[in-house]
Design a binder for this molecule. Structure first.
Ligand SMILES: [Zn+2]
Length: 220
């Protein structure tokens, strides 16, 4: 019977075609260069991502990544600061997870940390829970999270997670137009030569007020 016929397949023999061997070796090398967990990071991201990923639209359709820009300031015997961004595909680890796995895996008890995140959307329930746990465990860590959009804020489970996050000491805020400008200036790649001025989108202020009202309803 037709459905029982199996097509012979080269890929099942385990043998590589000689002409492809070099190419697949190249691919392997490329994969090894990628950071783990499908997380991309760096100092600045391409400018065209900015307007799409950070735009504070009411519904985040098509935006299936989280962009997280961070500024870490330490005070104590080693004072200093560093910054960068992380981007996830929502496939494996989330950007929030990646921050605590890769960027700040431990907090030195002799230092005080002031961390600010600028994130394209508010955290999901498991991320919010993990952040709250980390803040409860590390009293020398202060975290402010500024978000452009609220994620699933109508869900009671999400609302409870955001309340827990606030109770843990996390400052959760909606990004104002000047916060978007800050990201644009500090985290988006600028063309060589003169930096382009930030161009706010038409409904930026209106959407900020919309989300700010929703957040205060959730956290009241
Ligand atoms: Zn998450």
């Amino acid at each position: 019977m037709a459905e029982n016929q199996e097509e012979p397949s080269d890929t099942q023999t385990g043998e590589e075609q000689p002409e492809n061997a070099e190419e697949s070796e190249e691919k392997k090398k490329e994969l090894e260069k990628l950071p783990p967990f499908e997380i991309v990071g760096g100092e600045r991201f391409p400018a065209f991502f900015f307007k799409f990923q950070f735009r504070n639209v009411e519904y985040s359709s098509g935006r299936n990544k989280t962009f997280l820009c961070y500024v870490v300031e330490t005070q104590g015997k080693e004072s200093g600061s560093f910054r960068g961004y992380l981007e996830d595909e929502h496939a494996a680890a989330h950007a929030e997870d990646a921050f605590f796995n890769n960027i700040l895996p431990t907090c030195d008890p002799n230092l005080r940390y002031n961390v600010t995140w600028y994130v394209s959307s508010s955290p999901c329930v498991p991320c919010a829970d993990r952040i709250a746990q980390i803040l409860q465990k590390n009293k020398n860590l202060r975290l402010s999270i500024l978000v452009s959009r609220l994620f699933m804020w109508e869900e009671p489970e999400m609302q409870a997670a955001l309340k827990k996050l606030k109770a843990s000491g996390c400052k959760l805020k909606i990004m104002k137009p000047q916060d978007f400008e800050y990201i644009w200036q500090n985290f988006a790649e600028q063309e060589e030569g003169e930096a382009k001025a930030f161009e706010p989108w038409e409904d930026i202020q209106e959407n900020f007020l919309y989300y700010e009202e929703k957040l205060s309803e959730v956290l009241h």
